[in-house]
Design a protein around this ligand. Structure first.
Ligand SMILES: O=c1ccn([C@@H]2O[C@H](COP(=O)(O)O)[C@@H](O)[C@H]2O)c(=O)[nH]1
Length: 276
């Protein structure tokens, strides 16, 4: 999905919601354990119940890798079930020396190689340009670089001063020279809403992937107030507060209700900003 298609989906669906598929087999309703692939069955029902309300799905690879072969199979099946009207974003936080990054990119972008063809992947910028470039060599795919993360420990390195500015600002300024805002997004945590004005000085037109609302306590209103741009420029993720809204047989219905609440809030925000 390219930038224009993403913007169109946001306007059509009146939503900039990304549903996080952090599917923990120990937390899904027990009746699903009778299915051949309980995690895929859970994800399928969540996707079927919410795809008209969100513009992206973000499986976090840790939840799948931790289950070995069965987990990879669930991830492959899930990637293939994400509809074309939603961005498929794998939260894998990869990045290594060039030839290894190429293999990571093949794993998540090249359907013929791995069975998965995600539109976007989260990448850690710490190893620099040669670790990121291999992902950008896959035409039409997005790199979502960690800039200012939502966790407390993000302060350990991201706030360190590098010359005149902080490391996360240098990450953004440097990566802006590697590719345009049609190929790179940045991760900025919702728990860092006080930094959004500043982030927009460094990345005025980029899309930002914003995790941290819901379970981590970030505020959608604050993020939108300081982070929205002329194309919306935000993908706000919520994982646990949607997918575990109910642990019973009605889990997909309740997930839809939670997604709908966020979509309605987002619709108001888009209207207030004259974007729809
Ligand atoms: O800075 C970051 C980067 C990634 N994440 C990931 O987003 C989701 C958040 O899940 P919630 O249940 O909505 O809290 C999860 O996959 C994290 O690994 C993040 O939280 N912060």
């Amino acid at each position: 999905m390219n930038r224009q298609q993403l913007v169109n989906q946001i306007k059509q669906k009146k939503s900039f919601l990304c549903v996080g598929l952090d599917t923990d087999i120990s937390l899904i309703p027990s009746f699903l354990l009778d299915f051949a692939d309980p995690v895929f069955e859970f994800n399928k029902r969540i996707i079927d119940a919410t795809h008209d309300l969100c513009v992206a799905y973000k499986p976090n690879s840790a939840f799948y890798e931790s289950r070995g072969i069965a987990g990879w199979q669930s991830l492959i099946m899930t990637s293939q079930h994400i509809p074309k009207t939603c961005l498929g974003l794998i939260d894998a936080k990869r990045g290594d020396i060039g030839n290894t990054s190429t293999m990571y990119a093949k794993a998540f972008f090249d359907k013929e190689s791995s069975g998965m063809s995600f539109d976007a992947i989260t990448v850690a910028p710490y190893m620099g340009i040669d670790s990121v470039k291999p992902f950008l060599e896959f035409e039409g795919k997005w790199v979502v670089l960690l800039a200012l993360t939502s966790n407390e420990g993000g302060k350990n390195f991201q706030f360190l001063t590098t010359g005149e500015q902080r490391l996360f600002e240098t990450v953004i300024d440097t990566a802006n020279t590697w590719a345009g805002n049609d190929r790179i997004m940045y991760v900025v945590g919702a728990t860092r809403s006080e930094e959004f004005i500043n982030i927009r000085k460094h990345a005025p037109d980029h899309f930002l992937l914003v995790p941290g609302i819901g379970a981590q306590g970030g505020s959608l209103q604050e993020v939108a107030k300081f982070g929205i741009n002329n194309d919306c420029g935000l993908l706000v993720n919520s994982s646990r507060s949607i997918i575990y809204a109910s642990r019973g047989e009605d889990f997909a219905e309740k997930a839809r209700e939670e997604a709908l609440k966020l979509q309605q809030e987002m619709s108001h925000i888009l209207e207030e900003n004259n974007l729809i």
